[in-house]
Design a protein around this ligand. Structure first.
Ligand code: 0X9
Ligand code: ZN
Length: 427
């Protein structure tokens, strides 16, 4: 028995090592194609998002880049593809994985330390920050413990309100469903910091509006990306079910139960990007977000899911590019206002459109919030551009306050459309 255990142990270890090796990008190149015509645009959309090539960002329109990680063995194929379609072919970076090392070292050094507002903090550090914030501002901030991730990490929801009894409209922000998109939890942490520590916030963005913030929906995936540079580009959760296969994880943003699986998903559990899961809400992480939405459905007026990258602000429908919600103009107008506020603060404009016009992908949290929960304003925000998933932490002090101005604009509009009383008057 012991011998079998050891044998299986060794086999398991070698499988694991093989699997981990498959995630290393040292000999991958980041290839950037820039479609300049509609034909070229539809050609890049036909490129497979599976196997050894990993699409990091899809083009929205002509002149918008299509970024894909390509192993050495497939570089020639990509070059031919670009030539055949008359497209520019740039190798943005060879040996892509090597550039991860410094980020990882600093990430590890910081784990379990004091929170750095302009840094990439560990999940434990973020959770400790939530508790400290609630303890420091008892009348303003409250932590609601949720359930546990697949690997047992406790998720915590931060509720910020100047008057919790007032039944204010709620803005719900989540971040980090995609593990490698580190700018997203960083933004969520900064939001919590500003809302609780900036006295001006009480008069403005917290006036008559409550904020519920879940700063890291996918802690297992996030910690996995921090663990070694080979895992830095992991996107999915880290669940594992022997019934499914030997592969790990589900794309949380394909796992929500609205039009589940109808577009933009993979059915293959080993697909590292868009596996939708064995069924809707197979993941404890997406179930927790669903439950927060459902429990607060009546008061929930705005949902923003933070992602990176590309500077987009997209709204339903995401599952299709063939139709739009009846009131899409309202969603579009508010998104443009938010983009304008960010530009006003010196930031870059956001590309505003329906998610399905960018590329159809079903099972996203934005569609679920809008289509099932009935949240009137629902968005996915893709933060930052130009550094893919490796935005240097030194850029956060400039970028996060710019995005924050966008959130202030969100709050102003939610208050003016849904607020009944000013929170101070209701006391
Ligand atoms: O594909 C996604 O899940 C999001 N982009 S990302 O690069 N962060 O992975 C966009 C989701 C947009 N919403 C829907 N398609 N529902
Ligand atoms: Zn994402």
């Amino acid at each position: 028995m012991m011998r079998w255990t050891i044998l299986f142990g060794i086999l398991g270890l070698s499988w694991h090592v093989k699997c981990e090796e498959g995630l290393k990008y040292d000999n991958h190149s980041l290839v950037r194609l820039i479609p300049k015509t509609e034909q070229q645009l539809s050609a890049v959309h036909q490129l497979p998002d599976a196997g050894e090539m990993e699409v990091l960002k899809r083009s929205r329109m002509v002149n918008d880049s299509f970024d894909v990680l390509v192993p050495e063995t497939k570089k020639g194929y990509m070059e031919d593809f670009a030539k055949e379609h008359g497209m520019d072919f740039h190798v943005k970076e060879d040996n892509y994985g090597r550039s991860f090392a410094p980020v990882q070292r600093s990430a590890r050094r910081r784990s379990n330390q004091r929170l750095n507002i302009f840094g990439y903090n560990s999940f434990d550090t973020i959770n400790a920050f939530l508790e400290q914030t609630a303890a420091a501002h008892p009348g303003l901030a409250q932590v609601q413990p949720l359930k546990r991730s697949s690997q047992g990490r406790q998720l915590k929801l931060m509720k910020i309100s100047t008057n919790p009894g007032a039944n204010n409209p709620i803005i719900f922000v989540d971040a980090g469903i995609h593990a490698r998109e580190w700018a997203a939890p960083a933004m969520a942490v900064y939001l919590i910091h500003r809302l609780t520590s900036d006295p001006a916030a009480r008069e403005d963005e917290l006036n008559g509006v409550d904020w519920y913030i879940l700063p890291n929906v996918n802690p297992d995936g996030y910690e996995f990306t921090r663990y070694s540079r080979g895992n830095r580009l992991w996107r999915k959760t880290r669940s594992r079910s022997s019934a499914r296969s030997d592969c790990f994880g589900v794309d949380g943003n394909r796992n929500y139960g609205f039009k589940w699986g109808v577009s933009g998903v993979s059915r293959d559990p080993c697909n590292q990007e868009t596996y939708a899961g064995p069924e809707p809400f197979s993941e404890p992480e997406t179930r927790m977000v669903r439950d927060v939405m459902m429990e607060n459905a009546k008061r929930l007026k705005l949902y923003v899911s933070l992602h990176s990258y590309g500077n987009y602000l997209v709204y339903p429908w995401g599952y299709t590019g063939a139709s739009l919600p009846d009131d899409w103009r309202k969603l579009d107008t508010l998104a443009h206002k938010v983009s304008k506020a960010i530009v006003g603060a010196g930031g870059s404009p956001l590309k505003v459109l329906s998610a399905g016009h960018w590329y159809p992908a079903a099972g996203g949290s934005d569609d679920y919030a809008y289509g099932v929960v009935g949240v009137p304003y629902s968005y996915t925000m893709e933060l930052t551009d130009g550094y893919e998933f490796q935005l240097p932490a030194k850029m956060l002090p400039k970028l996060l306050p710019q995005f924050y101005e966008g959130f202030k604009e969100f709050a102003r509009n939610i208050r003016s459309e849904f607020g009944t009383v000013r929170s101070r008057d209701a006391e």
